[in-house]
Ligand binder design. Structure first.
Ligand SMILES: [Zn+2]
Length: 270
């Protein structure tokens, strides 16, 4: 996004200042897209598609790797006491995973494949499995696949996957993901793109037409189902936390986050 500024868009924090006094002191998570409040998208409740939006740590708004950040009141969701800080930080990516179920009605007997054994792939797989779907995750990193398998996810080497899935979610973060997903989805199946890296893929779209594939782009989601799933313990993501470091060790945290088999590395600002 050619962004320069403070990174970070998954956070939990306490409200220090607000013109809504009821929010002050509350523990909150925040939706990352801040709309203009005036356009059709915003007035229709879809600020995350406002053409003039800022996005926390991504577009025009300093992010969460900091002691303080600012967001509109309407972006904030109070966190129930039953969700500790280290799990509340997962609300944003879990909401992105639930967005798939907001966009699609997937029959419960459908076979779903998630491509990608990174953070997003893992969270999508855990979320869909928690909702009762049969999920197979395909990836390239043996240590990560081993850790996910130990946590109950059917995680296999990507090249071992056989075609025929009803739904394939590309969370590879790589441009090749789209074409591989297209090989794995059945005729008239659905391909969900969670990777913005697909922008640079050399795509052969003929199979989309010939096999009548539905392609769905999928980004941020509503926070409500994510908060509910974490509060009810339907979704247990604590095993994905590899380390927690103070903000001063942010560079080291970045290095750790880039090292397999680590998934999530958390920063504690104070
Ligand atoms: Zn707007």
């Amino acid at each position: 996004m050619n962004y320069r500024g403070v990174l970070g868009h998954e956070f939990v924090g306490k409200v220090l200042r607000s013109d809504n006094s009821a929010l002050i002191g509350r523990r909150v998570v925040g939706e990352i897209n801040a709309g203009c409040g005036r356009c059709d998208a915003c007035r229709g409740g879809l600020a995350r598609h406002c053409a003039g939006r800022t996005v926390l740590g991504i577009v025009g708004r300093d992010g969460a790797f900091a002691e303080r950040l600012s967001l509109p009141n309407s972006n904030l969701h109070c966190v129930p006491d039953s969700v500790p800080d280290e799990l509340a930080v997962f609300v944003e990516p879990v909401a992105a995973a639930y967005e798939i179920l907001d966009q699609l009605v997937i029959p419960s007997e459908n076979r779903i494949c998630v491509l990608g054994d990174g953070r997003m792939g893992a969270i999508v797989a855990f979320t869909l499995a928690a909702e009762g779907f049969a999920v197979t995750l395909g990836g390239h990193h043996r240590e990560k696949l081993g850790r996910l398998a130990a946590l109950g996810i059917a995680a296999v080497e990507e090249r071992a996957l056989a075609p025929g899935f009803d739904v394939v979610v590309d969370a590879t973060g790589r441009s090749e993901g789209f074409n591989r997903a297209l090989q794995l989805v059945r005729a008239r199946g659905t391909l969900v793109l969670k990777s913005t890296a697909a922008s640079s893929a050399a795509m052969n779209l003929a199979p989309v037409v010939v096999n009548e594939i539905t392609v769905v782009g999928s980004r941020c989601g509503r926070f409500e189902p994510a908060l509910a799933a974490l509060a009810s313990r339907k979704l247990e993501l604590r095993p994905l936390i590899s380390a927690t470091l103070p903000l001063e060790d942010g560079v080291r945290a970045m290095e750790l986050a880039a090292t397999a088999p680590n998934f999530k590395v958390l920063l504690r600002p104070s």
